[in-house]
Design a protein around this ligand. Structure first.
Ligand code: SF4
Length: 345
């Protein structure tokens, strides 16, 4: 049976809903800036937020930040165990550490003791850049075996301190290595898995890598919480994370827009119409499938699963609902008519 942990009230693992995480990019010590960013991410659907804690000022800021946000906060700590114990004292709902860079066992033990007292999860794991040399030597370089053995060693360090409130991550910037490593570790452990393709790159490349890596694992039933990592603003990470879950039908987040690629039959400006509809529905929470199709030949038929849609003609389109044509609409009225009809659903 897979284990379940709780970040505050949010469960992760076993039968829990898959959660979306992101990380703030404000200085955590900038309390107001960090609160504002977290609130904005909350409103976009972020379930769990992580903040870097590089110094004591950041650790102490957690107390005030926590008072003004709704979602659980994970403190991300490296090197200094005192930052971890302080973050826990200040009310962090979980911590992310790499026991290997915290120092000797007595320091790790202090961190575990603090987490144990509050019963908060510790996420451990490796990035492809942090695999220990001994594992690289033992398993002939960086591969799924050296990655997961390195991660499991960290798990054992925490377990040896008498704690098993854990989440594991094994991140690589390589999609296939990410997929192979998580697939293998899922067979070896019952701990919840935090999925992500790390350092996935800027917006477009990062989306593709994340969708492939995270999506393929989720399709195989692997993974309990996800973080899309983009060299961009965290709001985009949350939106992409939501879309991955939405398109896999794991969580409904709002309208699903399907649109045809256009071809020689298209006689209306379908690309602009699709963009406008997508834009206008970007904040809608309505669980509706909308089809934007270029022509009547394949339109309603190809989009039969849609609740509502249009199929273009010359300077006009037909509006259809559940595959049945309802009426004709002039090209310049298409977007508004669609919006009005969606509103009624
Ligand atoms: S729906 Fe019509 S316009 Fe769009 S790609 Fe198919 S055939 Fe072409």
């Amino acid at each position: 049976m897979k284990k379940k942990v709780y970040y505050g009230k949010v469960p992760v693992g076993a039968d829990s809903i898959i959660t979306v995480q992101s990380m703030t990019n404000t200085a955590t010590a900038d309390i107001n800036g960090t609160i504002n960013q977290i609130k904005s991410l909350e409103s976009l659907g972020c379930d769990i937020i992580r903040c870097a804690v590089p110094d004591m000022e950041s650790a102490k800021a957690i107390s005030e930040i926590k008072k003004q946000i709704e979602i659980p906060l994970i403190a991300d700590i490296h090197f200094d165990y005192r930052l971890a114990t302080e973050a826990v004292k200040m009310g962090a709902d979980g911590i992310r550490i790499n026991p290997g860079n915290i120092g000797d066992r007595s320091k790790v033990f202090e961190v575990v003791k603090a987490c144990k007292e509050k019963n908060i999860p510790i996420r451990v794991g490796v990035n492809s850049g942090s695999v220990k040399q001994t594992f690289l030597d033992q398993y002939n370089g960086l591969n799924k075996h050296s990655l997961i053995e390195s991660a499991l060693e960290q798990v054992r360090i925490i377990e040896d301190c008498g704690y098993d409130n854990l989440v594991i991550s094994i991140k690589s910037s390589d999609v296939r290595l990410t997929y192979d490593s998580y697939t293998l570790i899922a067979e070896r452990t019952d701990y919840p898995l935090h999925l992500g393709v790390t350092e996935a790159g800027s917006y477009s490349n990062g989306i593709i890598k994340s969708a492939m890596g995270i999506g393929s694992l989720l399709l195989n039933g692997i993974g309990d919480t996800i973080r899309v990592s983009l060299t961009d603003t965290p709001d985009k990470e949350v939106i992409v994370g939501r879309k991955i879950l939405q398109f896999l039908k794991i969580r409904p987040y709002g309208p699903n827009i399907i649109s045809c690629p256009t071809c020689g039959r298209t006689k209306i400006d379908l690309i602009s119409i699709a963009k406008e509809v997508e834009n206008r529905l970007s904040t809608s929470k309505k669980d509706v499938t909308v089809a934007i199709m270029g022509c009547i030949v394949n339109g309603p038929g190809e989009a039969r699963e849609a609740d509502i849609g249009i199929a273009g003609g010359k300077g006009e389109a037909v509006l259809f609902k559940k595959g049945q044509i309802v009426k004709k609409v002039r090209e310049d009225e298409i977007v508004q008519v669609l919006m009005d009809e969606i509103e009624k659903i």
